[in-house]
Design a binder for this molecule. Structure first.
Ligand SMILES: Cc1cc2nc3c(=O)[nH]c(=O)nc-3n(C[C@H](O)[C@H](O)[C@H](O)COP(=O)(O)OP(=O)(O)OC[C@H]3O[C@@H](n4cnc5c(N)ncnc54)[C@H](O)[C@@H]3O)c2cc1C
Length: 566
């Protein structure tokens, strides 16, 4: 197998990966940076970000207020020192993107415009119409390509991380065009592989969001943190699950039940539709469960009414939403309310790392949605994720460059590399089992949607865990029909299935252990938050018998946990 060598390898070319690449390349021009991505960069899920990117830009807003909103939104599980760092760095990122050409929407007097967003007590979501991620990604991709020390490996699929004596040595990746596997050596590796909401069926996420980097790190012995906390977005378009941005409510949209009522008055009378996502998604679910959903061909739904905003404002501020709703939902929001339901949207959990994006393994960093740096706690506020990707993408790039400037390359343990080649090409591609990837994937999504959705109970979680363990056994017996090497999408799907099954298992095991309700983790059998026992982070490590759980304390600086009312 051929070996390729770089100082830094970044896995992932979304907002976090591209921002990291630019930061590393600029930190030291002599450092050579590789970005490996299973997709062309501008096809990463980040391009789908719609509503905005949070940062304090106005004098009557403040970093303390942004931090407080984030901590309260997190149901007090966020580490407050990390949050304070994050909010102070975010404005710099907005201005940096501005200098690199990001076409932010403007106020009449030419300043970067900001819109209100759920859980934020000031309008601080910077936006580029409702295509914020698209414009951020094009800005970053353009900037990254002008650096001669950044080398792109587009449509290469990373399969494993290789450590030597618990230090980062490299990884293995398949060049999809030829189907050949390569080994990479690097002093620093940054994981920036995005989220894993594809363990669910009704989700706002791209089909490619299968959490590969999280599972790869987990399989290499690095712990995953707070994986029980999955965010459900209140406005997934029925029937596809495609996102209708929270910006639609930020611009003044209403949520309406079958009685034509703005029911949020019963759940969050102050913030109404702009309460945090966990609260709005639960409210919608209660309305549906109590029979106040509107009947439709795909089951009961909630209406998102934008008609009162008028055509001009919808076309200026929400043009993508209008287009998507007409093309994919057959509904024009100028004329009719949109049919929506909560959809799986974001993972607060991820690879265990600190505020410098360092994982416990020397030379390995994590940034963006695949990481858990304790910013979002039990519930992320809308528009804080793209800021997180920008702020900590930059931190990861700088830290990885610092490390690469002084560390030396490790030799790749040959045995591990050959074992990975055997696993992929003999045990998966070469196997002639009867099980089908798509069937196991559908069963996993069904289990997760049934028992690991917005409301959870112990019995359901136990059943789900047994179900996923049984699916893992079945997955050991899959057959990939196409035995060819170039662009073997069946092989990629099989590898992704293995990743998602591990992540589903960790999610359920972490959720089962947490006998309280906090943020997005809502246990009907333990309906209250229990700070005495559970104000702590979950760490899940790989063990042959299933995830091994430990806990870490939460860092509190200024704000003592209080009741969370909106
Ligand atoms: C529809 C939608 C709208 C959203 N809107 C907003 C918003 O308005 N504001 C906000 O703050 N957040 C929003 N979010 C969340 C936010 O967009 C994401 O959390 C964020 O963009 C994730 O970026 P990332 O860089 O971590 O990963 P991604 O953009 O998901 O990129 C992952 C990268 O990893 C690569 N990769 C993955 N696995 C492998 C592998 N095995 N080998 C090689 N490469 C691999 C992929 O090719 C890709 O380049 C939204 C999310 C969705 C789904």
């Amino acid at each position: 197998m051929e070996t390729l060598t770089h100082d830094i390898v970044i896995v992932g070319a979304g907002i976090a990966g591209l921002r990291a690449a630019i930061a590393a390349a600029e930190a030291n021009k002599r450092i050579d940076v590789a970005v490996i991505s299973k997709l062309y960069p501008v096809r990463s899920h980040s391009v789908c970000a719609q509503g905005g990117t949070a940062a304090v830009l106005r004098e009557d807003d403040s970093c303390d207020l942004h931090a407080w909103d984030t901590v309260k939104g997190s149901d007090f599980l966020a580490d407050q020192d990390a949050v304070e760092f994050f909010v102070r760095q975010a404005p710099r990122e907005i201005i940096t993107l501005e200098h690199w050409g990001c076409p932010w929407s403007r106020t009449a007097d030419g300043f970067i415009n900001q819109r209100p967003f759920g859980g934020h007590s000031f309008p601080r979501a910077c936006f580029a119409a409702d295509m914020t991620g698209f414009h951020e990604m094009h800005t970053l991709a353009g900037k990254a390509t002008i650096h001669e020390n950044i080398h792109f490996y587009n449509e290469w699929f990373v399969t494993s991380l290789i450590l030597k004596d618990k230090i980062t040595a490299g990884l293995t990746a398949i060049k999809l065009k030829t189907g050949e596997m390569y080994a990479f050596r690097a002093k620093s590796i940054i994981m920036a592989t995005g989220g894993y909401a594809r363990i669910y069926e009704f989700t706002t996420f791209s089909h490619t969001s299968t959490g590969d980097g999280m599972a790869i790190a987990y399989q290499a012995g690095i712990a995953l943190k707070d994986m029980e906390f999955i965010q459900f977005h209140p406005t997934g378009l029925v029937p596809s699950g495609i996102l209708i941005t929270g910006g639609a409510r930020g611009e003044g949209g209403y949520l309406i039940n079958a009685d034509d009522e703005r029911f949020m008055k019963d759940y969050a009378p102050d913030k109404m539709e702009l309460a945090p996502r966990d609260i709005v998604s639960r409210a919608e679910t209660m309305e549906l469960q109590e029979g106040r959903g509107i009947e439709g061909p795909y089951g009961p739904y909630i209406a998102l009414d934008l008609r009162h905003l008028g055509e001009e404002k919808i076309d200026e501020r929400l043009p993508l939403i209008r287009d998507v709703a007409i093309k994919l939902g057959g509904v024009d929001p100028v004329k009719e309310p949109l049919p929506i339901r909560p959809a799986a949207h974001y993972s607060m959990g991820g690879i265990h790392a600190n505020v410098r994006t360092e994982t416990p393994t020397r030379g390995l960093y994590a940034a963006g949605e695949c990481s858990c740096l304790n910013i979002h706690g039990a519930n992320r506020l809308g528009t804080n994720s793209t800021s997180d990707c920008l702020v900590f993408g930059a931190v990861a790039g700088e830290e990885a460059a610092k490390h690469a400037s002084s560390a030396s390359l490790q030799a790749l343990p040959k045995k591990k590399v050959l074992a990975e080649e055997r696993r992929v090409f003999e045990e998966i591609l070469g196997q002639e089992g009867d099980e089908k990837v798509a069937e196991i994937r559908d069963d996993m999504c069904r289990i997760m949607s049934q028992d690991v959705w917005i409301f959870r109970v112990g019995d359901g979680l136990n059943n789900a865990l047994k179900g996923v363990v049984a699916l893992k056994e079945r997955a050991a017996n899959i057959g990939v029909k196409d035995g060819g090497r170039p662009f073997n999408t069946g092989l990629v799907a099989a590898l992704q299935l293995n990743f998602t099954l591990d992540l589903a298992e960790v999610t359920i095991a972490s959720a089962l252990a947490r006998t309280e309700s906090r943020g997005a983790h809502s246990r009907l059998d333990y309906p209250k938050r229990d700070d005495g026992n559970w104000l702590k982070h979950t760490l899940a490590s790989y063990a042959k018998t299933g995830p091994r759980l430990e806990y870490l304390p939460v860092t509190t600086t200024k704000w003592t946990p209080a009741a969370r009312a909106y």
